[in-house]
Ligand binder design. Structure first.
Ligand SMILES: C[S@@+](CC[C@H](N)C(=O)[O-])C[C@H]1O[C@@H](n2cnc3c(N)ncnc32)[C@H](O)[C@@H]1O
Ligand code: SF4
Length: 415
């Protein structure tokens, strides 16, 4: 992923169509060795200043004329500082009035003191990181002691079900030492759980995460993505139906992580990405730099890349079909004839290999296509992981001990 350095004080111009909002909260009480996201150890003072900066950046986008159709708060672990999180969501609702709100969390935060204020402020989807219900794997992932055993997680998830219209659990597969029996046990648990949505991610790495995974979780065994994907497609249906190529819901209409109605999104917070009118923006990975920029009335944006029309069409093709179906009316409204004319080769190739079907109304992924899309999305996210690694490698000291009292970087240094 190639992104050039910029210093962009102002938000981009709001696009004509719907836009979704992503807010990144990088703090976690314990860092997992496999994780490739932008995350740092939780420090209360640093997190208070960071949340205050998030609220300032929300106001900046409001003044710039943005409206948002939905809000997704991800991390890190956004529920590390529950009061700050609730205040930030309340402000987003006051400014933008969105009703679809999704928040990521960890099993130890499934407590009434955290859940009740989140439900009261309008959160409709809570996504809980589980990774596996196998205690042996949880220990290898260094999550057992920090985020609970399998039995503790099941109890907490069942108790939380009903507090939100959508309760999602995140699981990973193709992990070192994960055999078919372990995956089958995970599926048994999921089918008996009161959560109404499950997302299954294949383990995705980048250079430094791969090294950490080897030393903590063990060497990667045979690649089992295809075998395991087929197993859970077969076992989850009919109780769960796919909503994207890796998210499955019991309830039709439950909110997915992936918001299919918005092509454009704005990401605020350190290490977030935005995609607006064919341009990708990246915010600084330094928390100090982020807070300092925002306190001067700037956005956090320090990287930018503008895509060609062909790249924008390929992106619309990849992300559109990730949601399983791409409707022709929507494609025509957005792209006119360009989509079909310029991507005819890709549409034909996918149809010939049995990955998509095509009729007068829409292109749809087949089961084979869903598997293919898992591979394509994994490639895409691994390139994002490489970009994150590069950005984080220059500011190791700050990320290991975030202390926002000291300004580590001059205001106008990009990234
Ligand atoms: C970034 S975490 C944020 C929420 C929360 N902190 C948690 O641990 O779930 C969201 C999810 O990303 C997934 N994830 C993290 N690292 C991953 C990796 N290397 N490959 C695939 N999925 C990963 C995990 O399933 C995790 O639950
Ligand atoms: S998986 Fe979740 S808890 Fe673990 S380091 Fe990543 S963001 Fe933090």
């Amino acid at each position: 992923m190639r992104i050039g350095e910029v210093d962009q004080p102002r938000p981009p111009a709001p696009p004509a169509g719907p836009v979704s909002l992503y807010v990144h909260v990088p703090f976690c009480t314990a860092l997992c060795p496999f994780c490739t996201f932008h995350r740092v150890p939780f420090r209360e003072q640093a997190s208070s200043r960071y949340f205050a900066a998030l609220r300032d950046e929300l106001r900046l986008y409001h003044r710039a004329g943005f409206t948002f159709a939905s809000l997704y708060v991800g991390g890190g672990t956004p529920t590390c500082a529950p009061d700050e999180l609730v205040e930030t969501i309340a402000l987003a609702r006051e400014l933008f009035g969105m009703s679809e709100i999704s928040v990521e969390t960890n099993p130890t935060d499934l407590r009434p003191a955290v859940l009740e204020p989140l439900a009261a402020v309008g959160v409709r989807r809570l996504s809980v990181g589980v990774q596996s219900f196998d205690d042996r794997l949880l220990r290898a992932m260094e999550r057992y002691d920090h985020y609970g055993s399998s039995a503790e997680m099941i109890e907490r998830i069942d108790a939380a079900a009903g507090s939100f219209p959508t309760l999602n659990v995140d699981l990973m597969y193709n992990l070192p030492n994960q055999d078919p029996a372990s995956l089958e046990r995970d599926l048994d648990v999921v089918l008996g759980l009161r959560a109404n949505q499950v997302s299954f991610y294949p383990l995705m790495t980048a250079h430094s995460a791969a090294a950490k995974i080897r030393t903590t979780m063990g060497a990667q065994g045979p690649n089992r993505v295809h075998e395991f994907y087929r197993r859970f497609l077969t076992r989850l249906r009919p109780a769960f139906q796919p909503q994207s190529c890796w998210c499955f819901s019991r309830t039709v209409g439950a909110i997915d992580e992936y918001v299919v109605d918005a092509d454009d999104y704005v990401g605020i917070g350190s290490g977030a990405f935005s995609y607006v009118d064919g341009t990708l923006y990246a915010t600084t990975f330094s928390l100090n730099h982020y807070v300092d920029r925002v306190s001067h009335g700037y956005t956090g944006i320090t990287g930018r890349r503008t895509y060609s029309l062909d790249d924008r069409l390929k992106n619309a093709f990849l992300t559109g079909l990730f949601g399983l179906e791409l409707r022709r009316t929507r494609v025509r409204a957005r792209w006119g004839d360009d989509f079909e004319e310029r991507l005819r080769w890709a549409l034909d190739a996918m149809r010939v290999v049995g990955a998509i079907t095509e009729d007068a109304e829409a292109w749809r992924l087949t089961d084979r296509g869903m598997y293919l899309w898992v591979l394509l999305m994994s490639e895409f996210y691994e390139s994002v992981n490489r970009f994150r690694e590069t950005m984080r490698s220059g500011i190791r000291a700050e990320l290991e001990e975030p202390d926002l009292r000291e300004l580590a970087m001059p205001l106008r240094t990009a990234f």
